[in-house]
Design a protein around this ligand. Structure first.
Ligand code: COA
Length: 175
């Protein structure tokens, strides 16, 4: 249960002053093809259709953290009336496997649902089994494959979709 994981972590809307920390994580986690800072700025500017969040950790020592030490993950959503897309989700390496990704994904699902989208979709690398597992445990189903989508045609993208109407009504069964 995420409520017992990631103790001391809060999910808050992403603001411009978080972007420097977010970009440090982005460069580390997605070193092959990181988003540029201007891509994040553009996403935040599209506030009518975007919802971005950061996971912040309380300091566990008496020494105050630098501001960028507090950001331990982030995630973003694009929402239209017909569908919503997970734009990105990432957790800082030293904070992975502690429930932060689960908290962030649940936040995106809740946002997409409350903004009225009937389904939530995403693309994930075919070799990213950790992320696929996270999505599947939240009810996402594989709905297709884009051949050679990543890295100059060498890696496929798996398309996944979550039916938010069934998920919201509690009829979605976990695998
Ligand atoms: C995918 C990602 C966001 C998950 O974040 P996280 O905070 O580690 O996830 P959680 O701690 O909430 O764990 C979620 C599940 O994944 C499992 N998991 C997480 N890391 C794992 C690992 N390295 N190996 C095996 N399982 C792992 C957890 O055990 C948990 O499974 P459970 O619910 O069955 O117990 C994180 O690994 C990440 O940032 N990866 C790099 C970026 C990425 O791939 N983003 C997705 C792009 S589509």
């Amino acid at each position: 249960m995420a409520s017992t994981l990631a103790a001391g972590v809060a999910i808050v809307p992403m603001r411009w002053w978080h972007l420097e920390s977010v970009f440090h994580i982005e460069e580390d986690i997605f070193s092959d093809e990181p988003w540029t800072p201007s891509m994040f700025w553009s996403e935040l500017a599209e506030y009518e259709t975007r919802s971005y969040f950061v996971a912040t950790a309380e300091s566990t020592t008496s020494v105050p953290n630098r501001a960028d030490d507090d950001i331990v993950g982030y995630a973003g959503l694009c929402v239209y009336p017909e569908e919503a897309f997970v734009q990105t989700i990432a957790v800082r390496r030293d904070w992975q496997r502690q429930g932060v990704g689960t908290l962030l994904l649940r936040t995106l699902i809740g946002q997409a649902s409350s903004r009225g989208a009937p389904r939530l979709e995403l693309e994930v690398r075919a070799d990213n089994y950790v992320a696929q597992h996270l999505y599947e445990t939240h009810g996402f189903r594989r709905v297709g494959v884009r051949k050679g989508y990543y890295q100059h045609g060498r890696t496929d993208a798996v398309l996944m979709s979550l039916d938010l109407l069934r998920h919201h009504s509690g009829n979605e069964r976990r695998p």
